[in-house]
Write a new protein. Structure first.
Lengths: 311, 461
């Protein structure tokens, strides 16, 4: 049974998800794939919390690829409102339409539909997610994956509105009516935990905290994502970053920084870490001046010595 | 075979009794709730459904499934794991076929909650309903556990700021504030709240004095005239008061003053217009926001007193600030809030740590206000090492402990001040971890600068 067909038939399993993700370069542990599996089976949104750079957004992307679905992304920020997130009327175009009707003398016969027709509705991500039907396969339309990124940056008004949408998966546009999703989208929310997401929203979702990976896992991630990296370099990079994570830094580097560093070192033609190289490229891993100052020099050399000794 | 509708087939082809699953889910949810997690019936139902989807024999899968459903915050995970281990310890894997297989497990016992006063509900309801519930679903009663076990899941941190009462060293009369003081504080707050310093937000509100046109509102309002834009509607950025974070030193000498300020904060928090977060610190930092929200204000303060168990210790300002900066700053100060520190500056820790952490604190907030009860006394100079270290990064250095000082604080929060002295910001921007740019001189002799004995005196070392 082909992969796609088995998905379409609904026979999903935790192992299948984990393996498929791994093939696509996303290495996750069993508990995360269990949570994803349950979210898909139970039809719940999933809330991923964790430090910056651990792979929350990546998971949504990989999930979309794995399901063969479209990824619709809504980036949250303070002040995000209905008009930016759900829909907006194209006012200038509506005004022009009114003028045109007047000019053609048809204004007497014009109805609300002429002005508030679907062609004047600007669909923003949440509405797109409700309406989207990916019929490219033919038979089975795959509902999209809706990524609501950094929900902790949005404010409480928006959360309340989002809760409404996630409960019923429908949106009411007063002029048109209610738009309901035939197949509810798969929703992934991410949060950097700069504030607590509201309880009501959390209750609606399944939850998973994504932690920093173990050395072995991060090593596999580097090999998967930076394919040409020599094993020795990958291992040393991972060891070094793990030491950084144990140090007292303002901003602990995430997996994204590890991958960036590996790629940067590769582009410099390095096959292993050397002290000068580390000092030069430390800005790829550490983003705060005080952190760089703290690590550069002796501390970096010490970490490097420890990182090289381990097999 | 039975045609019981509750018997379902899992995707794996096993037969499972839905009622049993639900019963187990409800019991497990109850155990979690007793340990302090917020668990509702919807989550229990989800867990029952989830059990039908995973390998029941695989402990880790069941654990992960429960975590996805029941654990709502990262801090709860440790509690969840402990309850999970206890709950399922004596349990065998689910028998995968229907009715009774004889087991030797005893009848299900009542799940004992910790001593926080929650009622122990007997499981009579479930027993009656599930007469066929053989002991495969029996919850291991806590009496069954081997004697070296600790008993019910007590001492597990329930909500992050409810602590067990058992560790007190000394109990203070924290809540015996005079009625006059209380009234004064509350009156001040009532006067203050409408004037609190507003900050512009990114949301817009309709307002006649706005400078920006509001196109959506305009079009709506002008539909009557067929789109002729005869009525112009304006908008401007909405304004909201800045969030306030209070870090209150409650060690020894500070207690009387911090009491008054916490009253002030209680009243402030009661008005929903302002977001306030409250922390107390001595040798370590404790968040007390939720405790202070108690309607009964006296009880709130006594609970705060109970929750802190280092009354006898000295103050460690640097460590406490550090913990705040690492754990709480991003979450509570995200929209450029005002930090109010109430402390006399006497510190047992490293002054260098105080300096770097105060600088970091200043960088994390919009304005840093420091209330020092010694500051009102004539001739006071910040000689204590801790106070000296923090001084350059403070925007407003005020006396504390009197109603007059609260008025002054109110003025600052309302944005009314003579001469904008946000000088702390520049100093904070230039400090680096390489050390302070100026040497800190630690005074040789530690003596009080206050002549009045009733004024707070520093801790003796």
């Amino acid at each position: 049974m082909s992969d796609r067909a088995s998905r379409a038939a609904g026979t999903r399993s935790i192992e299948a998800i984990q393996d498929d993700f791994r093939e696509r370069g996303y290495i996750c542990d069993r508990s995360l794939s269990t949570a994803v599996f349950l979210a898909l089976e139970l039809g719940r949104p999933i809330l991923l919390e964790g430090e910056a750079g651990v792979g929350k957004t990546e998971l949504a992307k990989v999930l979309a690829l794995s399901l063969g679905a479209r990824l619709i992304r809504l980036q949250c920020y303070e002040g995000l409102d209905v008009n930016t997130a759900v829909y907006e009327w194209n006012y200038p175009r509506q005004m022009l339409e009114i003028r045109l009707l007047e000019a053609r003398g048809e204004i007497a016969r014009a109805t609300a539909h002429d002005i508030f027709g679907p062609e004047f509705l600007l669909r923003r991500p949440l509405l797109q997610a409700l309406e989207a039907v990916d019929g490219a396969d033919g038979a089975a339309a795959v509902p999209p994956v809706l990524l609501i990124d950094e929900i902790d940056r949005a404010d409480e008004e928006f959360e309340a509105y989002l809760l409404e949408i996630l409960s019923d998966f429908q949106v009411t546009v007063p002029e048109i009516g209610t738009i309901r999703a035939e197949q509810p989208p798969r929703v992934v929310l991410t949060s950097n935990r700069t504030r607590e997401v509201h309880d009501a929203l959390k209750r609606r979702c399944l939850y998973h905290w994504i932690d920093y990976p173990t050395r072995q896992k991060e090593f596999e991630i580097v090999l998967a994502r930076v394919p040409d990296a020599p094993e020795r370099l990958a291992r040393e990079v991972v060891e070094f970053v793990h030491r950084l994570r144990e140090a007292d830094l303002t901003k602990v580097p995430g997996i994204a920084e590890t991958l960036d560093w590996a790629a940067a070192l590769m582009s410099l033609g390095a096959r292993e870490l050397a002290p000068e190289l580390v000092d030069e490229t430390l800005g790829v891993v550490l983003k705060y001046e005080e952190d760089i100052r703290q690590v550069r020099g002796d501390t970096a050399r010490r970490y490097l010595a420890e990182a090289s000794v381990r097999p | 075979m039975t045609t019981d509708p509750a018997i379902a087939r899992t995707p794996r082809g096993e037969e499972i009794d839905g009622r049993r699953l639900l019963a187990v889910a409800v019991d497990f949810g109850r155990a979690l709730r007793a340990a302090g997690l917020a668990v509702d019936l919807g989550a229990e139902i989800d867990f029952a459904r989830a059990l039908g989807l995973v390998h029941l024999a695989e402990r880790d899968e069941v654990r992960a499934a429960g975590a996805a459903v029941f654990v709502r915050r990262r801090d709860d995970r440790a509690v969840y794991d402990r309850v999970f281990d206890r709950f399922w310890r004596a349990r065998r894997p689910f028998p995968s076929d229907g009715p009774a297989s004889p087991t030797t497990l005893p009848e299900p016992e009542t799940v004992e909650p910790p001593d926080e006063g929650a009622d122990a509900e007997p499981e009579a309801g479930i027993d009656e309903a599930g007469a066929e519930r053989e002991a495969g679903t029996a919850i291991a009663g806590y009496e069954d556990l081997p004697p070296d076990d600790e008993g019910p899941v007590e001492g597990v941190i329930a909500a992050p700021d409810a602590y067990s009462a058992g560790e007190l060293l000394r109990h203070r009369e924290f809540d015996k504030m005079t009625a006059a003081e209380l009234r004064d504080a509350e009156r001040l707050v009532d006067l203050l709240v409408p004037r609190l310093e507003q900050r512009r937000t990114r949301r817009y509100e309709l307002h006649d004095h706005g400078r920006l046109l509001a196109p959506r509102a305009m079009f709506r309002r002008n539909l009557a005239t067929g789109g002729q834009l005869t009525t112009w509607v304006w908008q401007r950025p909405a304004r909201r008061p800045r969030p306030i974070v209070v870090l209150c030193d409650i060690s020894g000498s500070m207690e009387r003053h911090s009491r008054l300020l916490l009253r002030f904060i209680q009243a402030l928090a009661a008005s929903s217009a302002v977001r306030t977060e409250s922390f107390v610190f001595g040798t370590r930092l404790t968040r007390v926001t939720r405790l202070l929200r108690d309607r009964d204000r006296d009880r709130a303060l006594s609970r705060v007193a109970e929750s802190v168990n280092d009354w006898a210790g000295g103050t460690r300002i640097g460590e406490s600030f550090r913990e705040f900066n690492l754990r709480w700053a991003r979450r509570t100060l995200r929209t450029s809030g005002v930090v109010i520190v109430v402390s006399d500056g006497w510190d047992r820790g490293d002054p260098l740590l105080v300096e770097t952490e105060t600088a970091r604190l200043r960088r994390n907030c919009h304005r840093l206000v420091w209330l020092n009860p010694l500051a009102g006394t004539p001739g006071y100079q910040p000689l204590a090492a801790g106070m000296r270290a923090a001084y350059p990064y403070i925007d407003d250095f005020l006396p504390a402990g009197t109603v007059a000082s609260l008025e002054r604080l109110g003025e600052i929060l309302a944005g009314v001040r003579a001469g904008d002295t946000r000088r702390g910001g520049e100093a904070a921007a230039t400090v680096t971890s390489a050390g302070p740019s100026h040497p800190i001189r630690v005074p040789v002799a530690l003596e009080t600068t206050a002549g009045d004995p009733s004024v707070a005196r520093p801790l003796t070392r």
